[in-house]
Ligand binder design. Structure first.
Ligand code: GLN
Length: 240
């Protein structure tokens, strides 16, 4: 039996800071071990987003200028993206993408860039400062530690129904004040981590991959992923 996941890379031609698409490639490494492949569609300006087609969505980071362009187009996809998220579709949103799933982002020049409010957070800007550097967090639910690199102006504050992806052990996180980093809402994961996060954090990659596989193939057994210890990066053939 082989399995196929369909992934959407939202605005991957405009928002893909530090190669955020590597998150899909990392998931592809692990998917291969359970005979699964991941096909990727670029879904960008003027493209429709079909919530019934996709098993995983990646929305990467970007610069303020690109975010302001994406912001306008994103409003046309607000309803299907919100439905996908509410239905429990697996979603990974990084940095600028994470900001834009919330209500708004105040850019470095003070401009208000609208998000879609699918999640309840909002993002303010810092005066002449960015949070840059290595970051380490601990996920409260699993006790797992995640490693990454952050580079953002925005300070994000979580809202209703949102819990952090982790508690900051080193670095700044969502806003440098409340010790939170990222978000989990249903099966949507948001984070400021580049790296990319799933390439550096095997446990999180497997966790999100399993959510996607189990959601699409509820009768199949993907527990082999938990036993997996070999380094799959040595032997891969991922199409993206
Ligand atoms: N432009 C946003 C900020 O500076 C997002 C940055 C990013 O995606 N790396 O906060």
């Amino acid at each position: 039996m082989t399995y196929t996941l369909h992934a959407a890379h939202l605005y991957g031609d405009l928002m893909n800071t530090y190669g955020d698409i590597g998150n899909i490639l990392a998931m592809g490494y692990y998917a291969k071990a359970v005979n699964a492949t991941i096909d990727v569609d670029l879904v960008s300006l003027d493209d429709p987003f079909d919530p019934d087609k996709y098993d995983f969505v990646l929305f990467g980071g970007g610069q303020d200028y690109e975010q302001s362009i994406v912001s306008k187009d994103l409003q046309t996809k607000k309803a299907p993206l919100t439905r996908y998220i509410e239905d429990g579709g697996p979603f990974l949103a990084i940095c600028g993408g994470f900001q834009m799933l919330g209500h708004y982002y105040i850019g470095a020049n003070g401009e208000k860039i609208a998000g879609i409010g699918a999640l309840d957070h909002y993002t303010l800007s810092q005066d002449n400062n960015r949070f840059i550097g290595n970051i380490t967090i601990k996920n409260a639910e699993t006790g797992q530690t995640y490693y990454g690199f952050e580079n953002h102006n925005g300070m994000t504050f979580l809202g209703d129904g949102e819990r952090p992806l982790g508690d900051v052990l080193q670095g700044h996180g969502n806003n440098g004040k409340d010790g939170s980093e990222g978000v989990i809402y249903k099966n949507t994961f948001g984070s400021y981590f580049h790296g990319p996060i799933l390439a550096r954090n095997e446990a999180l990659a497997k966790r999100i991959l399993k959510i996607a596989l189990n959601r699409k193939y509820p009768d199949a057994d993907f527990s082999a992923l938990d036993q997996l210890t070999e380094d799959l990066t040595k032997n891969v053939d991922v199409k993206a």
